[in-house]
Design a binder for this molecule. Structure first.
Ligand code: SAH
Ligand code: SF4
Length: 361
């Protein structure tokens, strides 16, 4: 059995090198070859002795998920469909902007939390991704986008906003985050790595201690009654507990605000009255609010709020002095926008079970 080096963070590399009788600096060299230069071939690692490379070949490999499709949208958004075994596929999306490039990474094949407006949630859950499958997305995208020694970095920001609930795959996600931040790997600052969660309260507290990156919370409703309907995890962790966890998180967060995401669903959560409820609800939480146009998918049962409804909702929040952004939809011609990531998940039973909910949503 070979060890996949994409599974390891700093201590893992140190142990591996110690086991081979190598000096500790070899661990840093290896990390840099793999994560900074995108090497997958030990023979390319020219400053490591031939004997050490031969030893490594016997016990280790560098294996990312296989790319099964690679599509670029008219606006430059690029989406990779990656095979993660047993017929499951996940998606990774790169969003280029004028002064930054954001990679949106998946954390699970499917998702068990079943938010009613989310295509991933509609598919049911298959499994957690491994560390290699999570960090492998960044590794692959860096290689594909041509990051080299002298080139500027195409990926400046990472968001854990792809398929799955990252905090439900806590240990693997934290290890991957540590690699994103490690100077011998991707060297991103904590402000440039954002984890989005639907609100697993105990795990938000654990993240605060383990690896406090920037936090985004998928709110989507101003009351417990509505939120429990569309984000079912709210029944377990209602708004009061969730918002208290957000405030606690800010002690350690790299930014002095939490970002709340709010997907605009026509006639469901987009009224002026609901905007006023949101103003009151968030009074005690330093935050920014991102209004996200709903991205439709077949049989979703929802419609996107029209521009006038979004503007009215935004104005109520702005008058109450909240910072509000209306998110642009990117890559929708290749189904790469938020909530459209579907991949393929082999969980047919669950999917069939959920169909009736789809029809009545
Ligand atoms: N599970 C995490 C992260 C992945 S989803 C979470 O829920 O936060 C990333 C964001 O896309 C979340 O805010 C999610 O609510 C939103 N989203 C899901 N489905 C969507 C859709 N159809 N249109 C727009 N945004 C959607
Ligand atoms: Fe899961 Fe997030 Fe989709 Fe909800 S919105 S089902 S938590 S991926």
């Amino acid at each position: 059995m070979t060890v996949n080096l994409l599974e390891l963070e700093r201590t893992g590399f140190a142990q591996l090198c110690a086991g081979l009788g190598e000096k500790p600096f070899r661990a840093r060299q290896l990390m840099r070859w793999i994560h900074q230069f995108g090497a997958d071939d030990f023979d390319a690692m020219t400053d490591i002795s031939k004997a050490s490379r031969e030893d490594l070949k016997k016990i280790a490999a560098i294996r990312a998920p296989e790319v099964v499709r690679d599509t670029t949208a008219a606006d430059g958004t690029r989406k990779w469909l990656l095979e993660v075994g047993t017929g499951n596929a996940i998606e990774t999306v790169f969003i280029p902007e004028r002064n930054r490039g954001t990679l949106c990474i998946s954390s699970q094949a499917g998702c068990a939390l079943a938010c009613t407006f989310c295509s991933t949630g509609r598919q049911g859950f298959n499994r957690n991704l491994t560390v290699a499958e999570i960090i492998g997305q960044l590794w692959l995208a860096n290689r594909a986008l041509g990051r080299g020694v002298d080139l500027p970095r195409p990926i400046t920001n990472v968001v854990m906003m792809g398929m799955g609930e990252p905090l439900a795959n806590f240990d693997n996600v934290v290890t991957a985050l540590q690699l994103m931040l490690d100077d011998d790997a991707y060297g991103l600052s904590r402000r440039r790595v954002t984890l989005s969660t639907s609100g697993l309260v105990p795990a938000i507290d654990r993240l605060r201690d383990a690896c406090p990156v920037a936090l985004a919370v998928s709110l989507h409703a101003p009351t417990d009654a509505l939120r429990s309907e569309i984000v079912p995890i709210n029944k377990k962790y209602p708004l009061k507990e969730l918002l208290a966890a957000c405030v606690r998180y800010l002690d350690k967060a790299p930014r002095d605000f939490v970002t709340f995401e709010y997907v605009m669903l026509a006639g469901v959560n987009d009224s002026v009255e609901q905007a006023r409820q949101l103003v009151k609800l968030l009074k005690a939480v330093p935050c920014k609010i991102n209004l996200i146009p709903f991205n439709p998918f077949p049989q979703s049962g929802y419609q996107r709020s029209d521009a006038a409804a979004v503007a009215r909702f935004r104005d109520v929040l702005m008058q109450a002095e909240y910072t509000v952004m209306v998110r642009k939809t990117r890559g929708d011609d290749i189904d790469a926008a938020c909530g459209q990531l579907a991949g393929q998940v082999q969980d047919k039973t669950r999917r069939r079970e959920r169909r009736p909910t789809v029809a009545t949503a």
